[in-house]
Design a protein around this ligand. Structure first.
Ligand SMILES: C[S@@+](CC[C@H](N)C(=O)[O-])C[C@H]1O[C@@H](n2cnc3c(N)ncnc32)[C@H](O)[C@@H]1O
Length: 317
């Protein structure tokens, strides 16, 4: 028997879940949302874990910044929602950290482990379609990380987060910027034809392909502004960070972050192939774009980094 979306069915465990995947240019993609074209396979789960470890490292070993502990520690059973949970690493870690809270992770594909803490569950749902099927004011804390590329109407998505949070409930949004940085300057500020061209071209191509899919590539830089425009959030705190890419930092803390980000990107570059090919770029050109970016990743001429936009706050009382 196949699972009902958002109606957990115990018979699902061990069943054939192939209906939730489709193969596109040799990689496994989700079957629920045709805009989100990064793979949902073992390599992407590995990347999801690296991304999780990187963010934990950036947050000094925790899964969050902001007054989350205070919000979840006391009171009756608390509810936490992880939107676009990927491999489910954040949701599982939060369930372990807060055993009295109920943690739900939602994604387009069933790529999460089957063995999870008793207070953690995973559901399948396209968060870019209509309303997210939970009652108003149901959650105490909502987290969404690195998933805006699967949401074409981000303002509506924020309205949904506002609806699902209880008054005073917390949100934490984390989105990496889509414009790379080299030697401290964004690609857009490097004179044309200079800088790590392979690296810059890959990101330009990625942004162009996302635009074709109807994705607003400026969302990461505008998170705080979009939250303010939503009109239902308060105490919005923006904390941007620059994550080094690779092995150039002397500082051991930055070096660890750089290594994790480098490993993430090593998996990310080939993962872009289905999106690029489906956008109509010829295979030889796609291979060249990815190979040139890999050359810049493996043999960097400048110190590259990635900007991370982190915003937290609460729903108005
Ligand atoms: C890059 S991964 C990030 C995973 C995880 N949040 C993390 O930080 O490691 C993005 C995840 O968001 C999911 N996603 C993207 N768009 C979505 C949508 N419209 N509805 C549900 N999940 C979505 C993808 O399936 C993918 O697993």
């Amino acid at each position: 028997m196949s699972p009902n979306i958002l109606e957990p069915d115990i018979s699902y465990i061990g069943d054939d879940d192939s209906e939730f995947f489709r193969t596109v240019h040799g990689r496994s993609l989700n079957a629920l949302n045709s805009r989100y074209m990064l793979p949902v396979d073992q390599d992407e789960v590995k990347r999801s874990e690296l991304h999780h470890r990187l963010l934990q490292f950036v947050f000094n070993g925790r899964n969050y910044i902001g007054p989350v502990k205070e919000a979840l520690q006391f009171g009756q059973r608390r509810r936490v929602l992880d939107l676009g949970t990927g491999g489910g690493f954040w949701a599982i870690s939060m369930a372990d950290d807060f055993p009295r809270a109920e943690v739900i992770g939602i994604d387009l594909a069933p790529i999460q482990p089957r063995t999870v803490p008793p207070n953690c569950t995973f559901e399948l749902c396209d968060l870019d379609q209509g309303s997210i099927p939970y009652p108003d004011s149901h959650f105490d804390f909502i987290h969404a990380r690195s998933m805006h590329t699967g949401i074409h109407d981000y303002p509506r998505f924020l309205q949904e987060i506002g609806r699902l949070l209880r008054p005073g409930g917390l949100f934490l949004l984390v989105e990496p910027d889509l414009i790379p940085i080299a030697d401290g300057k964004p690609a857009t500020q490097h004179p044309h034809g200079t800088g790590p061209r392979g690296w810059f071209t890959l990101w330009e191509t990625y942004r162009a392909c996302l635009k074709i899919q109807g994705i607003d590539v400026t969302v990461p830089q505008r998170l705080a502004e979009l939250l303010a425009e939503a009109g239902v959030f308060e105490r919005i705190v923006l904390q941007d960070g620059n994550i080094p890419v690779g092995f150039w930092p002397d500082d051991p803390h930055l070096l660890t972050a750089g290594q994790l980000q480098w490993m993430d990107y090593e998996l990310f570059l080939p993962a872009l192939k289905p999106l690029f090919l489906s956008s109509g770029i010829a295979e030889a050109k796609v291979n060249r774009i990815i190979a040139d970016a890999q050359q810049d990743l493996y043999y960097p001429s400048l110190s590259t980094s990635a900007q991370l936009h982190i915003v937290y706050g609460s729903k108005c009382l």
